[in-house]
Design a protein around this ligand. Structure first.
Ligand code: GLU
Length: 436
């Protein structure tokens, strides 16, 4: 079936009866729609609903950057503080060519539900720059990162809004940003940003935390479903930080056999399983997983439809939609990405009996260890990696059962259940503050 992309925010899928149907793919419209459904079930009042539908505050700006060839390029940047009723706004920064104010709004809304569902004392925020970091030299990337921080330094802070890494941003970028913030404010402030390098106030265990949290929830999902994961097959869509560690920890902790993995250029398949160290080295060397020795090519679309036990969408939004949901065969979907599944697809997957571990629960391990990082920065005393793992496991496992039990009790799909848990907590905080 061909998908016609009319504009990046809409997909038109041919229907079986010959008529075409249009689906909204603007991530912020999707985020609002998901919220609306939860608000109706929770019977929240109109003011609470309106507060939850929109970012509390947002900043858009331009960043002039001197390029290596002497010219100046102007980039567009964003920082959105969605809701801080439960604590300082918290969420990553994305450097991506498709970044828009609406992707940032959606991601900041999902951060609000994410910190609430794992019950850490933080709100939700997000930021980004429309750019292609693959086309920038290290020196240009540093100037862009410092330029970003100069624009937001008066708007964020350890007690107001704390950024972190996301797609295409790294611990090195966090280090430059911490340095720039401290140069502006003329004092040390390690808690201004998380996901820092270990040498500069980062936390042990932050590097693989997003995937690790998702792997812990997958372990619990398999338990409640009575599925044996040891030796079972899995596929990883997207091979950035979350996807690579999803592969590694899926093998090391759960005993999964990863038979396919992909990135933006395409995917690789091997029925006997792919070795994560070798595949990562190959991607490092060649820039992509494709052509990995001993594997055959598989497209991103076909990878999603493989007959595997666990599917890990680990890249960007809107990969499981009304168009392909019916052809998904996995038993468990471990959503390491933010927003990979559209609302129409959620209903289809639920009807098919596929167990979705929804994004803002599944990938909350990253922000949970970011929170641990802030706690350690404030104490100026650092934990061992084992301590981080134990505390992360407790948080993820308890959040998993909060959502699982809500889904059973209310007879709703897991994403809606996660919304019910999270939105209720944020609404209560706003009520207690007297906002609504
Ligand atoms: N960018 C990550 C996320 O989407 C981590 C955010 C954080 O650590 O603040 O959850």
């Amino acid at each position: 079936m061909t998908i016609m992309i009319q504009d990046p925010q809409t997909v038109i899928a041919p229907e079986t009866n010959g008529k075409t149907q249009t689906y909204e793919l603007n991530p912020f419209a999707i985020a609002q729609r998901q919220l609306d459904e939860a608000v109706e079930i929770l019977e929240l009042d109109d003011a609470t609903h309106e507060m939850l539908r929109w970012p509390m505050r947002e900043l858009r700006f331009t960043i002039p950057v001197r390029m290596d060839d002497g010219s100046v390029k102007v980039f567009h940047g964003y920082r959105v503080q969605y809701n801080d009723s439960r604590g300082p706004a918290k969420g990553g920064l994305r450097f991506h060519p498709q970044e828009t104010i609406d992707t940032v709004r959606a991601l900041s809304a999902w951060m609000t539900w994410k910190t609430a569902v794992v019950d850490i004392p933080l709100g939700g925020g997000k930021g980004g720059v429309t750019c292609n970091p693959k086309e920038l030299s290290m020196a240009e990337l540093e100037r862009l990162s410092r330029g970003y921080m100069r624009r937001v330094a008066g708007f964020i802070g350890p007690e107001t809004d704390v950024p972190a890494p996301d797609v295409y941003t790294t611990p090195q970028i966090m280090a430059w940003m911490r340095d720039e913030y401290e140069a502006i404010h003329m004092h040390q402030a390690p808690g201004i940003i998380t996901g820092k390098p270990l040498e500069l106030g980062g936390s042990a265990g932050r590097g693989d935390a997003t995937a690790r949290g998702g792997i812990y929830t997958t372990r619990e999902a398999a338990k409640v479903l009575g599925i044996e994961l040891r030796g079972a097959t899995a596929a990883v869509q997207g091979y950035g930080n979350a996807g690579f560690f999803g592969h590694k920890l899926g093998v090391d902790i759960l005993g999964l056999k990863i038979i396919a993995a992909s990135d933006s250029k395409g995917g690789v398949y091997n029925a006997d399983g792919l070795d994560y160290d070798e595949l990562a080295a190959w991607k490092q060397e060649t820039g992509s997983v494709i052509n990995f020795p001993g594997s055959t090519f598989i497209s991103n679309e076909d990878l999603l439809e493989l007959d595997v036990t666990v599917l890990m969408p680990s890249a960007l939004e809107n990969v499981i939609t009304a168009v392909n949901a019916d052809r998904i065969k996995a038993k468990i979907i471990t959503e390491l990405a933010n927003g990979p599944t559209t609302p129409e697809a959620d209903v289809i997957l639920h009807d098919k009996g596929i167990y979705v571990i929804p994004d803002f629960l599944c990938n909350a391990g990253g922000v949970t260890v970011s929170y641990f990082e802030q706690v350690q920065n404030a104490y100026n005393f650092y934990w061992t990696e084992d301590e981080v793992h134990v505390r992360l496991d407790q948080k993820m496992t308890s959040a998993f059962y909060n959502v699982h039990e809500m889904a059973e009790r209310m007879d709703v799909h897991n994403r809606l259940a996660a919304y019910l848990v999270a939105v209720d907590r944020v609404a209560k905080a706003m009520k207690l503050r007297g906002w609504v």
